[in-house]
Design a protein around this ligand. Structure first.
Ligand code: FE2
Ligand code: FE2
Length: 202
């Protein structure tokens, strides 16, 4: 657990940040965010990542999840983000666009933290260790219950990158099976991570 922040990644104490999240989220999602933080801090310690950065990123990763579509569209246009984003919805926006709201409204300036939030649902070809930690913590936090979650937990403990590959393969398989659209960056993540771990994923 990280109790007090010492790094000044944002102009809030941990307690103030937790209050802001509680105000922005439903009780259910707030509880998820706290579990992601806890899991991210554990993974950070295991893999040599700054636990405080993991705490901030874990807490903030879904900060914008309950915002209106209009809010996201306003930010995409005002900040001239990739217009392809307009073809997608909340599932992509709350990370890619939500990071901008975390920056502007919560005052997080650290680019590694903002980027970890940006890519937490899509991944990317290159993911910093912090981004890998947040991507996996969101997937395996103790409240998650889906077929394969135990495998995901085991592989993530064994090798963080292997966890990333496992999640990416499972997510893409799910989207394809359901006939849902695939955000191009998710395919980029797949190509960068899954073939590399092909043998271990069998
Ligand atoms: Fe999310
Ligand atoms: Fe999440």
């Amino acid at each position: 657990m990280v109790k007090e922040y010492k790094q000044h990644y944002l102009p809030l104490s941990r307690a103030q940040l937790v209050d802001r999240l509680q105000a922005a989220l439903s009780a259910k999602r707030f509880a998820h965010v706290l579990r992601v933080e806890e899991t991210a801090v554990k993974l950070a310690k295991r893999y040599g990542v700054d636990p405080e950065a993991a705490s901030v990123a874990g807490l903030c990763h879904d900060y914008a999840k309950e915002r209106s579509d209009a809010d996201f569209i306003r930010v995409i246009k005002a900040k001239r983000l990739n217009p392809i984003l307009l073809d997608y919805g909340n599932a992509i926006w709350h990370g890619q666009v939500g990071a901008e709201l975390v920056k502007d409204e919560l005052g997080v300036q650290n680019e590694d933290i903002l980027n970890a939030i940006r890519v937490h649902t899509t991944g990317d070809a290159y993911l910093t260790p912090l981004a890998q930690v947040v991507y996996m913590a969101d997937y395996i936090e103790p409240g998650r219950d889906f077929p394969g979650v135990e495998t995901a937990r085991r592989l993530t403990k064994q090798d963080l990158g292997l966890g990333v590959a496992y999640q990416t393969q499972a997510t893409l398989a799910y989207l394809v099976k359901k006939g849902k659209p695939v955000y191009p960056q998710t395919l980029v993540t797949y190509n960068a991570w899954v073939p590399k771990y092909r043998k271990e994923l069998k």
